[in-house]
Every structure is written in C-alpha cells, then in structure tokens.
Design a protein around this ligand. Sequence first.
Ligand code: FES
Ligand code: FES
Length: 199
Amino acid sequence: MTENTKNDFRCPYCRRLFDSLSAMKNHMLENHRDGDLPKPEGQIRLTINRKKYIQDVKPGWTLYYLIHDQLGFTGSKQFCDRGACGSCTVIMDGKAVLSCMILAIECDGKTIETIEGIAEAEHPLIPSYVKHHAMQCGYCTPGFVTTSKALLDRNPEPTEPEIRTALSGNLCRCGTYPQHVTAVQETAITLKSQTRQRG
Ligand code: FES
Ligand code: FES
C-alpha cells in the first residue's frame, strides 16, 4: 500500500487533517461555520522534478490529470482511478501519494517527484529493477519504483517486512511481487555504499 496515514480527511477551509469524517465535520462547524470555501479553480504554483510550474487548473482536475495529461509526465499510470492500485503514485513533499485521489488545486506550493525525476537522477532503484526483472508488462512499475523511493528516502535500511508493508498498496497483475523486495534491498545496499564513498 502507498504509505498509509491515519489522517485521511482534510478540512477544505484550513487544510487541517483529521482521522475521521465526523471529526472533520465537528471542526468545520466549530471553526468555519461562516467561512468561504477556497475557490475550486485558479492558478497554482508547484515544483515538479526540481522545475517550477505556474498552472491554471480547473475544479475537476486531479493531480494525475495535471501531471500526466496537461504537463506530459506520462510515466505514472492510471489503472483504477479510485485509489486502489498504486500505479499513479508520485512523491509529494517527501511522501508517496496517489495522484488520482488528489485534486490539482490542492497542490499549490507542493514539491512533486515523478518517475521521470527518479530516472533523470539515475537513482539506483532503476538498474536494480532491471537486474532483478521486477517488471513484466511494466504498467505498475512506475508506481512501485516511486513508492520504493519514498520508502528509502525516509528509511534507508528497511527490513523485508517494512518493504512489504510500504509496497502493499501497489498491485501488479503480472505477479512480480517477490522481485520488488529484492530490488529495494539491493538498492538500499547500493545507496549505503555510495554514501560511504562520498563521506
Ligand atoms: S490509478 Fe490511482 S490508485 Fe489506481
Ligand atoms: S508488471 Fe504488469 S502489472 Fe505489474
């Protein structure tokens, strides 16, 4: 699964996160009874793969639609369009997120990394995935690699159960699951040795 958070409900007024819908509703009644909702469309500024963008977005645009269809980052894929498969995963402010489940208007000021950015940076996950044949048709692969990158960024030495947990929201129709663990474990060793050489 893409990294889980307990705080799945975001107040549309102040963007605070809550564990449940009822907690968010109570908060809204207490704090924003007379508030105006933010405009559902407008101009956002965001950084994608270290490059800054200023973009007009419409109310129904998801982050996936923005990056894939409008900006041409076609690496991430949309299998399910309902938060169930992980193939559309990107990294937003350091955390793996499902781009089909986030509205583009919510991404103002965010920093996003896509599979293209990971490949351009020559991250060792890419050769490890190739070496260990962690893909067949490849449709799910960008989501797996992106989720793995977010895991290694926050936990450079993940255990096998930690890798399995981090990847548990990414589905693969071709059944490549064991190879992902091997590829991530090898990447962790490569990153450690690169850090040692630099230090
Ligand atoms: S396309 Fe986003 S989770 Fe499946
Ligand atoms: S490699 Fe085909 S869906 Fe995963």
